[in-house]
Design a protein around this ligand. Structure first.
Ligand code: NAD
Ligand code: DAU
Length: 361
């Protein structure tokens, strides 16, 4: 075994940020397995396209034969599972893909990893880790005055997405409890930052504002999310992977609770300063209240003190610094946004990865 890791879902938003940082930090080789659903975008990985420390493999976490081959070939010391269907609204319109990837896919991945781990020697077995990246949404919704979610908060998922993630968390827990697989689970709050697919609130608002389109606020806009800059999430995962205790769960959050309407108004103010509308009016005028999301969770908030106290992690960005960096990234990467919104990014495989043709077929 060496210091190679396998990352799943590393062409998506958080996975790509994780892979880019891992390679930049020189932490070892990353084998990146991604199915390239609509959310997977190889353009996110352009920086490491020619870096031998990054090996992209097109495939499904549910494909046990493929996983067995990858595990046997690369002999990783860890598997980090980001792969998932991740958008709540899509899960309301069509839950099936969520069950398939988040539940069945995670189950098959666990089975593949268990078989690999069982075949390792004693020392390799003791260092190996399976880290499952999950969400605060599994805990359900908080009232205004409730304490933030700790790792002991009961599970109460409210959307097909969060129910499917909850199921996957339970499977991971069971594989540790029953088979002693050295698992780690992280439950994180809302991320934002570069490469965020513009179906999610923050990148959608930036995109629509610049295009002169309505800025849709679900319901009254008073729902609260706890925002964390994506690079801080990736740093937390690295801490947990390095020093987390097998079988444990770590909550990750930004101590940045904000109502949605406030987030949108902040984005409008930053855009007003950085790229004012031609008519001199504020982007705030584009705000439009629309029908609420069915079953919309009112408030999420994370108590990340276990991670802070045990592993010394704290976020580096405040919401103010992180959101400004994010707007700057989107303003500087309008081509990325145009490629995503036009669907052109899907041609990226053909135009930029032809030399890895056999892996992407
Ligand atoms: P994303 O939708 O941007 O990316 C998901 C990636 O997984 C895509 O590249 C997609 O192609 C890939 N994928 C989907 N199904 C697959 C399969 N069957 N096999 C292999 N690859 C597959 O998601 P994200 O926002 O980057 O989230 C990553 C993980 O983090 C998810 O597990 C999500 O539940 C969790 N999470 C997300 C947030 C957030 O705010 N975005 C917060 C907490 C936790
Ligand atoms: O909490 C972690 C979760 O955060 C992750 O597990 C999910 O993968 C991720 O998508 C995110 O889920 P949310 O549903 O909180 O994120 P989204 O960006 O879709 O919405 C954020 C809030 O903004 C939510 O209260 C719904 C609201 N919203 C969203 C959109 C897309 C709007 O008001 N208007 C919109 O157009």
């Amino acid at each position: 075994m060496n210091n190679t890791i396998i990352v799943t879902g590393g062409a998506g938003f958080i996975g790509a940020n994780f892979v880019l940082a891992w390679v930049k930090l020189g932490l070892g080789t990353v084998v990146n397995l991604d199915k390239l659903t609509y959310a997977g975008n190889l353009e996110n990985l352009q920086e490491v396209q020619h870096n031998p420390q990054h090996i992209f493999v097109h495939g499904d976490i549910a494909d046990k034969a493929l996983m067995a081959n990858l595990l046997a070939e690369y002999r990783p010391c860890a598997v980090v599972n980001f792969a998932a269907e991740s958008h709540v609204d899509r899960s309301i319109h069509g839950p099936e893909d969520f069950i398939q990837t988040n539940v069945v896919g995670t189950f098959h991945l666990l089975e593949s990893v268990r078989a690999y781990w069982n075949g390792l020697g004693a020392e390799e077995k003791s260092v190996f880790r399976f880290l499952h990246v999950s969400t605060d949404e599994v805990y359900g919704s908080l009232g205004k005055d409730d304490a933030p979610f700790t790792e002991h908060h009961p599970y109460a998922p409210n959307s097909p997405y969060s129910a499917s993630k909850a199921a996957s968390d339970h499977l991971v827990r069971a594989y540790h409890h029953t088979y002693k697989l050295p698992t780690l689970t992280t439950n994180c709050s809302n991320n934002y930052g570069p490469h965020h697919f513009p179906e999610k609130l923050i990148p959608l608002i930036i995109h629509n504002a610049l295009k002169g389109q309505p800025l849709p606020i679900y319901g009254n806009g008073q729902q609260i999310r706890d925002w964390l800059y994506v690079e801080d999430h990736c740093a937390a995962i690295r801490r947990v992977l390095a020093d987390g205790r097998p079988g444990e769960v770590y909550n990750i959050g930004g101590w940045n609770e904000k109502p949605n309407l406030e987030v949108v108004k902040t984005l409008c103010r930053i855009l007003d300063a950085k790229q004012p509308r031609k008519d001199g009016q504020s982007y705030v005028n584009q705000i439009t209240f629309v029908t609420d999301r069915p079953g919309h969770d009112q408030r999420y908030a994370i108590d990340a003190s276990k991670l802070a106290n045990e592993l010394g992690w704290r976020p580096q960005e405040t919401f103010e610094t992180g959101i400004e960096k994010t707007v700057d990234w989107y303003l500087a990467h309008q081509n990325w946004v145009d490629n995503v919104t036009s669907g052109e990014y899907r041609n990226w495989v053909a135009t930029h990865y032809t030399e890895r043709g056999e892996e992407l077929a």
